[in-house]
Design a protein around this ligand. Structure first.
Ligand code: SF4
Length: 486
């Protein structure tokens, strides 16, 4: 996960780039809630501010000074490498002997240890324990003419999932890895007139359009930008004030977009692969109803993310749709909380059944995933306590058998209930009367796109990029070198 947003405005736009980046990031809050930050360049210096917490807490204009500069990137974090500490918040920043750089990263590298070895034989002093910090250091130190040149030299050595926004003094560069595991879209804000007539000294005549890069199209919507196109897997898009975007291909595309982005992670009002995700999820629910019908009184979602699939299930089955659980929207998403203790407390803090809806009823409860099973178990128990007669659980995705190494924190297979239990054992564990998962074929029918365009590895174990063997220690692998050498 993680959300990234970048903005480049015409020369002399004052503080607008920072404001647009902050606003865009708000539409990506669901992608990461551990920390947030912004980096702004005025063409000479890069200013960085970051902290632990939600975006509204961190990027509070009452605390932040006015951020002048026509280039800005912003990031919200969900950790997959390194602990949730201030040092690991992003954007990262490195002054470097060659160039100052700030980076926002969505994804997870799979050859972090190898890259660390390349950096002074593994004895480099890193300011943080993330793969992003390592990448920032590699790029800032690379003997190259400029940031694009440094990226062209370094990126071929980097493997794994990386959607990056790189802020140099005079450019914002948006990059997707050759598989394009994580999304990134380019948007245009037409005809942004500079508010400051004294354009920066490095200004050139050219476009007065503003350009933005966002993890999801929702980021474009909130800032009033029009969608231009997706950044392609294996492509860099270089944005410079006053110029049209420049495309640089650094590797052939071998697309494998994370299918979970479409099933669950991204917002339903986002578009990916030319599909609106609400519609995709609604069709997944319809497929689920065909594959696993249930003889019940009503269909209800686990809010919020299960709602589109539940609507589709109800539509296809002819059963009434009701909302039987209310989510407290102010406590964050369960799956994103980093520790098991918080996860456990989170469910009861976040969901409350509507007794009037569920009491005495046979329920079909639709959700989009079962990861560890503990959340679903608590939901079933909540509904039974509220008087539900039967609880039939339907999941609008296949069982998660395999860990993800590409940016989702499920790197330890034994934490995944489906990797150690049969469907019947899972049903028994969660306490449901029946349990049904959508098949991979069902997902593909709902997407109406070929299997080859996506990563399905957590469902079928076919990893598009080879993954490391020492998976159990991956998340904190850079903490030991930091202690030893730092
Ligand atoms: S392994 Fe699963 S969660 Fe990870 S990128 Fe692939 S589809 Fe997405």
């Amino acid at each position: 996960m993680c959300g990234v947003f970048g903005a480049v405005l015409p020369p002399g736009s004052g503080t607008a780039a920072a404001s647009i980046a902050e606003l865009g990031l708000f539409a990506l809050q669901h992608r990461g809630q551990e920390s947030a930050g912004i980096a702004v360049s005025d063409g000479a210096e890069i200013f960085l501010y970051k902290d632990l917490g939600m975006i509204a807490q961190v990027l509070d204009e009452r605390r932040l000074p006015p951020l002048h500069g026509d280039l800005a990137i912003a990031h919200c974090r969900y950790s997959t490498t390194g602990s949730t500490v201030w040092e690991n918040a992003q954007p990262t920043f490195r002054l470097g002997p060659r160039r100052p750089l700030a980076i926002g990263h969505n994804g997870n590298l799979v050859n972090t240890r190898e890259l660390l070895e390349q950096l002074h034989g593994g004895r480099a002093r890193l300011a943080a324990t993330t793969d992003t910090e390592l990448l920032t250091t590699l790029l800032a130190d690379e003997p190259a003419a400029d940031a694009v040149d440094a990226l062209l030299r370094v990126l071929p050595r980097v493997r794994g999932a990386f959607t990056l926004l790189v802020l140099a003094r005079d450019s914002v560069i948006g990059i997707r890895d050759p598989h394009g595991f994580r999304p990134l879209v380019l948007g245009r804000i037409p005809d942004v007139a500079p508010s400051d007539p004294d354009a920066a000294p490095w200004a050139i005549a050219g476009s007065t359009d503003g350009w933005v890069l966002s993890s999801e199209t929702t980021g474009l919507d909130i800032v009033g930008a029009e969608y231009v196109r997706d950044v392609e897997p294996g492509e860099m898009v270089v944005l410079e004030p006053g110029r049209e975007p420049r495309s640089v291909r650094y590797a052939p595309a071998d697309p494998a977009l994370c299918v979970f982005e479409l099933i669950y992670f991204a917002r339903p009002d986002s578009y990916m692969e030319g599909r609106n995700l609400y519609e995709v999820r609604r069709r997944m629910g319809m497929e689920l109803a065909h594959e696993h019908p249930a003889d019940t009184d009503l269909v209800m979602p686990v809010p919020d993310t299960g709602a589109p699939a539940a609507a589709g299930y109800a539509e296809a089955s002819g059963l009434p749709y009701r909302e039987g659980l209310v989510r407290n929207r102010y406590t964050g998403r369960t799956f994103i909380q980093p520790s098991q203790t918080l996860r456990h407390r989170g469910v009861t803090m976040k969901l409350n059944p509507i007794r009037a809806v569920v009491q005495g009823k046979r329920l079909t409860v639709v959700d989009d995933s079962i990861v560890r099973g503990t959340t679903t178990k608590q939901i079933v128990a909540l509904l039974r306590k509220a008087g539900a007669e039967e609880v039939h659980v339907r999941i609008s995705a296949p069982p998660i058998y395999h860990p993800c190494f590409y940016g989702i924190d499920t790197q330890i297979a034994t934490e995944l209930i489906a990797s150690t239990s049969s469907i019947e054992e899972i049903r028994d564990f969660i306490g449901a009367d029946s349990l049904g998962y959508l098949s991979i074929q069902g997902v593909l029918r709902a997407l109406d796109l070929p299997y080859e365009r996506f990563c399905f590895a957590c469902f079928d174990g076919r990893y598009p990029e080879p993954v490391p063997y020492d998976s159990a220690s991956r998340k904190f692998m850079l903490e030991e070198p930091l202690v030893t050498h730092g």
